[in-house]
Each structure stands twice: as C-alpha cells, then as structure tokens.
Write a protein that binds this ligand. Structure first.
Ligand code: ZN
Length: 454
C-alpha cells in the first residue's frame, strides 16, 4: 500500500489522477462568493505547485516558500483529525468558504477515518505528518524516519477510497528537520512544508492569544504560510475571529494543490519563491517609506547668492553687513539678544587694619645669632615655654609642619613668632618670618600684637 502510494507520486505524470484536484481550481475560484455568508473571507485563488521543482517550503527553515503575493495567506492545520475540534475548524472554514491544507497524523486517521473523508469532501488539501508524531525526526535513524513517513501516508490513504486525494505534502513533526529525511522525501516526490509564521497554539495559551499572535505575526510579514493545529480547542475557538480580522485587514486566502497531468503547476518566476517581506512593520527587512508630506505653505525663499558667503575678511556668515542685507529683504531676524553681563562685584575694602609691629620687635640681639642658624631641611626654633620660661629646642620638618602644628597646638606655633619674652631675647626677623613657612605669615602680626599686651 505504501509503495503504491509513493509510486503514484513518483511515476510519470501520465498516470496521475483525474479526480479530486482537477476540479479544485474552479471550485476555489468560486468560493470568494460564499452563499449565505456575506462576511466570509472566501478563497481568493488556488495555486498549483510541483514538489519536484520546489521540494522544501517555508521561510522558518528554508530559503523558498510559496509564491504568494502581498496579503495572501495559506492556512495549514496539523495533527488531526480529532472529531470535535477538527469538526469545528471544518465548519468555520466552510462558513468562510476558505480552503486549507491539513497535515494528518497516521494514527489519528486510523482512529477517525470519517474525519479524513470530511476533509476530502470539503475540498481541502490533505498532506501527512508521520504515523505517530515522534519529536525525534532530527536524530532518529533514517530507516525509522522512513517508516514513520510511509506509515503515515498509508494510514491516511486507508481512510480514502481514492488514494489520489492525498497530496504529496509532508510536514516534519515539531519541524525537527534533518537533511537525510528531506532527501528521502524529495526522492519520493514529496514536498516538505515548514511554515512562514506560527500562532503558538500548541502552548497553553488562550484563544485570544492565538488570535493576537496570528494577526500580529501576519501583519509583521504581510503574507505567508500560517501553521495552526485543528486538534486544539483554542485554535477552533480563535479561527472565526482570525479569519474575520484577516478579511477586515485585506488579506486573502490562497488554496494550494499539487500539480497533476491535468492541472500543471501555476507559472511562476524563481524569485516568486523567495520571500520578500511586504510589510513596513519589519524594520530589519525594509526601510520605512518617507511619507508624502503636504506642505501648508508653498512659497519658497530665493536661494542665497554665492557672494553672500564670500566675506573677504573671513567673517563668514557673521558679518553685520549680511544681517543688514537680510533685513533689507524683509527676512525676519530674531531680535538681538545682548550677551549676559556679569553683575558688578562689590569689593569690600579691607577695613580691618592690623597694628603695625613696633620696630623694636625686629631688633636682633648680638647673642641671638646662634639660635637661628638653620640647616637646609630643618627649621630650628626656640620654643617659648610659658611655664618655666626656658627655651627649648624643637625641630620640625618643613613638609610636615602643618600636621605638627595641629598636634602640638598653639604653643608650638608661637615658637616661630616669639622665641622668648625675656629682655634681650626678642625674636629676630628670621625667626618671626621663616621664609619657608608661608602659612604662618598672615597670623604673625596678630600674635605679636596679642603677646605684646600680655
Ligand atoms: Zn504536529
């Protein structure tokens, strides 16, 4: 039985059928007018494909897809037939006079042969989808894959009185393609169908979500093969709304049938099988069109002369003459804005005057020279000790003098200014103003003045 079915597809076309497909084109062409269903989307046209010329379809996995025009959709349903849900899908399609392609599971066909016959009677295209729907086609031995393919075809054919009613179309379960499987199918004259977009209707999502995804993805692509599952209740529930919305958005249903002797393939060009996105909502595939602007004002200004920009002194565009000329032409210019001015800064006079130190403070006694000899890197000062009034030697590193000041407090700082209050031991100029200790300079007169009062 398997051999006879496959042989049917692979033999010369002179023995191909005269039956089902010969009348499909006329039947579908009339479907646009759907008696009793004025809101039906109908079937816009039927295209006839030759699996040998185009063995793999569907841009989700292959370079080629059906030669659809913009806004044309091919409906496909997998995994049936299942009495209740598939029947509901069939009714929706009938109410819309829409033709689809069904990919049957062999076991389902065996269990529900009447469902297969209903599909045929309604004029839909029937392909197959393996015998038991294993999700291992990409890794199973080729012999096992061949058996799945052949058994599925045999089971679907068994439900039909006319084996020619089965199209040589096959969809790999789970779209889990493998090169050897595809080669086997091509060798049998069977066309592999992937898809162009999905609606995720095998997931546990709501029917409204199925609808949303179907329309959203169709809008993103503009056309293509839609993969659905007629065994899913959510799909059966979503389908009327999907078809209604497709029609509202200007989409057309296209029916696909295999070529026969009586019905040769629809003439196409090779590029027709390359998917060219037509939707402007696919940003990576197409630049958006520039909209047609309607200008409210059509008056145009005269183009500036080249001499307008030929300023000999280099003040290109900024010379006042150019602005003056522009004003003379009546071209409105923005009012001149002065540069912002900085506010006048009121500098307060330094009213605080410090007492002038008495000249006697800088008298250096003869015997004080030794105390102010310094080494290059250290300052040696006499420290006034207010307790015992005995000079003490202290040495500080210049670079750490600030830290030393904090640690030793005011007493250490005083050492620079006033080494001793004993008569004849007034600080020398060098001691009062150590050139290397700039931080002490501003304070010095104050401390001197304060100490003089003590
Ligand atoms: Zn499936």
């Amino acid at each position: 039985m398997i051999g006879s079915v496959v042989g049917f597809w692979t033999r010369s076309s002179t023995v191909l059928c005269l039956g089902l497909f010969s009348g499909l084109a006329a039947q579908s062409a009339l479907a646009a007018d759907c008696p009793g269903h004025p809101d039906a989307i109908g079937t816009e046209r039927t295209i006839v494909v030759d699996p040998r010329e185009h063995p793999r379809l569907g841009t989700m996995q292959y370079p080629e897809t059906l030669p659809l025009r913009d806004h044309e959709v091919v409906l496909t349903f997998d995994d049936g037939p299942l009495p209740r849900n598939s029947d509901q899908v069939l009714k929706t399609l009938a109410d819309n006079c829409a033709k689809a392609t069904f990919f049957l599971i062999g076991e389902q066909a065996r269990a529900n042969p009447e469902g297969v016959r209903k599909l045929v009677a309604a004029g839909h295209t029937i392909g197959t989808h393996s015998q038991t729907h294993p999700l291992t086609f990409h890794k199973m031995p080729i012999e096992q894959a061949q058996k799945q393919i052949d058994d599925g075809i045999a089971s679907a054919t068994a439900a039909l009185s006319d084996p020619t009613a089965l199209a040589p179309f096959f969809r790999i379960p789970g779209l889990l393609r493998a090169e050897r499987v595809e080669e086997y199918l091509a060798g049998q004259g069977i066309q592999v169908w992937s898809a162009d977009f999905l609606a995720d209707d095998w997931h546990r999502i709501s029917s409204s979500r199925v609808y949303d995804l179907a329309i959203k993805r169709l809008e993103a692509r503009g056309k293509g093969i839609l993969l659905l599952h007629d065994i899913q209740a959510r799909t059966a529930a979503a389908l009327p709304k999907i078809l209604h919305e497709m029609k509202a958005r200007g989409y057309k249903i296209v029916h696909v049938v295999p070529a026969t002797l009586q019905q040769p393939a629809t003439p196409t060009d090779p590029q027709d099988w390359q998917f060219n996105p037509t939707s402007e909502t696919v940003p990576i595939a197409r630049w958006p069109k520039v909209p047609d602007f309607a200008y409210a004002e059509t008056e145009t200004l005269a183009a500036p002369a080249l001499s307008d920009f030929n300023s000999p002194d280099g003040n290109l565009l900024l010379s006042p003459e150019l602005f003056a000329r522009a004003r003379g032409r009546g071209v409105p210019l923005p009012p001149e804005q002065p540069w912002p001015r900085l506010p006048e800064m009121q500098v307060q006079a330094a009213s605080i005057t410090l007492p002038v130190p008495a000249e006697s403070l800088f008298t250096v006694p003869q015997d004080a020279h030794a105390a102010f000899r310094t080494r290059p890197t250290r300052v040696v000062t006499a420290v006034a000790d207010t307790d015992d009034d005995k000079p003490r030697r202290a040495s500080r590193d210049h670079r750490s003098s600030r830290h030393a000041d904090r640690g030793r407090g005011a007493r250490a700082r005083l050492a620079h200014a006033v080494p001793s209050r004993r008569p004849g031991h007034a600080a020398s100029p060098g001691a009062a103003r150590p050139a290397t200790h700039a931080a002490a300079a501003p304070r010095r007169p104050v401390r001197v003045a304060a100490l003089k009062k003590r």
